[in-house]
Write a protein that binds this ligand. Structure first.
Ligand code: UT7
Length: 325
């Protein structure tokens, strides 16, 4: 029987490391506060590489590991809220630079939950359209839309991304077993990035946008903890899989305290939640595939292992996916 499996994973982050001390030079903060309140010690910041550049580097690694040629891709989905431009999409830019001529290409805007939404969209499309190979990317250059004078946000985010190659073929692995995708648009104002100004010859009142991240941190924090608990519980209930069968929970890397609080509420040992936010901060849609790539490179992922990926973010959106490797 055909299953949609993750056949290759890759990630790429810019080389510039920006420490908490460096950020303390231009906003009123300090290393102790950031480490204690978030768990972050450093993040990567782009010096000019755009979202498509990061996506392409991550994709090359994932394609190589999956043994799939770019020209054999049927689909490219990029989850990002910091695209190079409105059009062409990052996915179309990738198609051109990778020579993935026959792929259908589009971006999705689901903020930090984007990679998980992308996995499920690809999974469903591969089954309904009989696609063989797909590429799902989560990548961001959030530094472009950061307010570098706001200590409430600029300490949190980082740039980077990851990519997964999916195959739809007969396999012992069940691959993407189940997704739980939800949104709460009524809370959208808690985390925003403005887009283009509304200022035409016909506009009654021009609306000039702040093209920077604005966030109500406490509101998002509360939402995030509940979103993780709900998503993990729903996935377990829906599939009948027990917690004992899950090797790792792979959470979106936003804040160590959010993950600790969700872990306590769910009664799942902190050791079973894989974290690397200390080194990369919150890379939004990039965070889950960056973690998966690190786990793969540390040989923590073996055939047959089951993981729950879980994410939450702007929209507000949240999601969980049960995956067998
Ligand atoms: O991908 C999803 C995206 N977002 C998130 O996941 C964010 C979720 N929220 C958070 O991670 C946390 O709310 C933050 C890390 C953003 C903030 O931590 P907090 O513990 O919720 O702090 P707070 O906003 O309640 O602020 C506490 C104090 C305030 O001072 P006063 O009013 O008590 O005097 C802030 O002004 O800490 C101050 N503060 C800072 N101090 C030093 C806020 N940011 C900083 C800072 N350095 N960077």
């Amino acid at each position: 029987m055909n299953n949609v499996t993750i056949a290759g994973i890759g990630a790429y982050v810019p080389s510039l490391v920006v420490t908490n001390e460096k950020i303390s030079e231009f906003v009123d903060t300090n290393n102790d506060w950031i480490v204690e309140r978030t768990g972050i010690t450093e993040r990567r910041i782009s010096e000019g590489e755009n979202t498509s550049d990061i996506s392409i580097e991550a994709a090359k690694i994932a394609l190589e590991r999956a043994g799939v040629k770019a020209e054999d891709l049927d689909l490219i989905i990029v989850a990002t809220i910091s695209p190079d431009m409105f059009i062409p999409s990052v996915a179309c830019i990738m198609q051109s630079k990778l020579n993935a001529g026959k792929a259908a290409c589009f971006d999705i805007s689901v903020a930090c939950s984007g990679f998980l939404y992308g996995l499920e969209i690809a999974n469903s499309m591969m089954k309904s359209m009989n696609y063989k190979n797909a590429l799902v990317v989560g990548a961001e250059v959030l530094s472009k839309v950061m307010d570098w004078s706001d200590r409430g946000t600029c300490i949190l985010f980082g740039d980077g991304g990851g990519a997964a190659v999916l195959k739809n073929e007969p396999s012992d692995s069940k691959g993407i077993i189940k997704s739980y995708l939800r949104s709460d648009g009524a809370k959208g104002e808690a985390l925003t990035i403005g887009a283009a100004d509304f200022n035409t010859p016909f506009t009654k009142e021009p609306q000039l946008k702040d093209r920077i991240i604005k966030m109500n941190g406490r509101e998002v924090f509360k939402f995030a903890t509940n979103a993780i608990v709900e998503s993990v519980n729903e996935i377990l209930k829906d599939t009948g899989v027990s917690l004992d069968e899950i090797k790792y929970i792979v959470p979106h890397q936003a804040n160590y305290r959010i993950i600790k609080s969700a872990a306590n509420k769910l009664g799942i040992d902190e050791e079973r939640w894989y974290l690397n936010l200390d080194r990369f901060g919150n890379t939004s849609a990039g965070s889950v595939p960056i973690v998966l790539n690190e786990m793969y490179e540390k040989n923590l992922i073996n055939k047959g292992d089951k993981f729950i990926l879980v994410a939450f973010g702007g929209g507000l959106t949240y999601a969980a996916t049960l995956v067998e490797w």
